[in-house]
Ligand binder design. Structure first.
Ligand code: NCD
Length: 341
């Protein structure tokens, strides 16, 4: 198959940042209609009023249909969350365990302190997106997602069975199994976790542009993610987690976590689905399962992906004196987005 026309995709996990960086990267998500916009700015987006103002900045930067989120802290006001959702200002709330990832210091340390807001969200039908990793330094970084399932997520699910959950950027077979055992829970999967494993990041030299959180795992986990994404199971859908960091912060002695994939996420995804002989399931993963999970209509317009010569994606996106380096899988990609109509 050399051409594939699918409903226009959405990105259910996207970092756009703010200021010059926002203006530089927002147009790179042009092939997606909607996107869940992550709130881990500095300072974070913690109130409905801040989310409304950030939404305006995102639209002004060129991304027309942002779905905003609030960053959950231990002092989040439940009434503000419920109101922001009722007013259509936010689509979801994001929970970062404190210290788990980029700009997560204001996140949750003691889960008892967010029980009232979680109860209010459960009651009002406000979805919760989770960064699923424990932050205990004694737990090996490769085991932090699996530990989160046992220590945090299972008790949280038992305490709030009706709370709508999305487990973000799943990276392990353990998480895939947990999601499958909990109907109604959604899970996003990134492009880099489908394309790469920890060997790609660490064997034969350390490649900082493969470093993101949750960290790439061993190949058996990558296989499990590929199986989940291409299975047609509607609990799994695309969240690129495209996370721009200046190139100097990635190519550093202490490299920032995040892979920038917004520009070429769909060609990379087509490459993976073709390898898995599942191109007929790409539309479900990229364009249908996410809206179904969030109770939204699918997009009316369509995009066409074509296969041809090896693509020359730009190496970098310029961001007003800084640059952001695109994730490069290290082998040719023959797919490109031909038309968006
Ligand atoms: N994925 C990452 O490695 N980084 C993200 C944060 C996140 O989603 O964990 C970022 O904001 O840079």
């Amino acid at each position: 198959m050399e051409k594939l026309t699918i409903r226009r995709p959405d990105d259910w996990h996207l970092h756009l940042r703010d200021g010059d960086m926002l203006r530089a990267v927002a147009p790179e998500s042009r092939h997606f209609n909607r996107a869940i916009i992550m709130p881990n700015l500095v300072p974070p987006v913690v109130t409905g009023a801040q989310a409304a103002a950030y939404r305006e900045r995102v639209i002004a930067a060129g991304f027309a249909n942002p779905l905003m989120t609030l960053y959950l802290t231990e002092t989040t006001d439940p009434a503000d969350v419920v109101q922001a959702h009722a007013d259509g200002v936010i689509a979801a709330v994001k929970l970062y365990p404190a210290g788990a990832t980029t700009n997560s210091a204001s996140g949750v340390s003691n889960f008892e302190n967010v029980r009232p807001v979680l109860a209010a969200m459960e009651e009002a039908g406000v979805p919760l997106c989770l960064h699923g990793e424990v932050t205990d330094r004694s737990i090996d970084i490769f085991d932090r997602e699996a530990a989160f399932l046992d220590k945090v997520l299972t008790p949280l699910r038992t305490a709030h069975p009706k709370l709508k959950l999305t487990l973000e950027h799943v990276t392990t077979a353990d998480a895939v199994d947990w999601v499958r055992a909990h109907p109604g829970v959604g899970a996003t999967i990134t492009v880099q976790h489908l394309m790469a494993n920890r060997n790609d990041m660490l064997a034969g030299g350390m490649r900082p542009h493969f470093y993101c959180l949750p960290i790439l795992k061993r190949s058996t986990h990558q296989e499990s993610l590929r199986q989940a994404a291409t299975s047609g199971d509607a609990q799994f859908f695309l969240g690129t987690d495209s996370a721009p960091h200046p190139t100097h912060a990635k190519e550093s002695s202490c490299c920032s976590a995040g892979c920038f994939t917004a520009t070429h996420a769909l060609p990379l995804l087509a490459h993976v689905f073709e390898e898995e002989t599942a191109l007929d399931r790409l539309e479900g993963f990229a364009s249908l399962h996410g809206p179904a999970h969030y109770g939204l209509p699918v997009n009316a317009d369509r995009i066409t992906l074509s296969k041809g010569l090896a693509q020359n994606f730009p190496e970098r996106v310029e961001a007003h004196g800084q640059s952001v380096t695109l994730f490069d899988p290290g082998h040719p990609i023959h797919w490109h987005v031909e038309a968006c109509a």
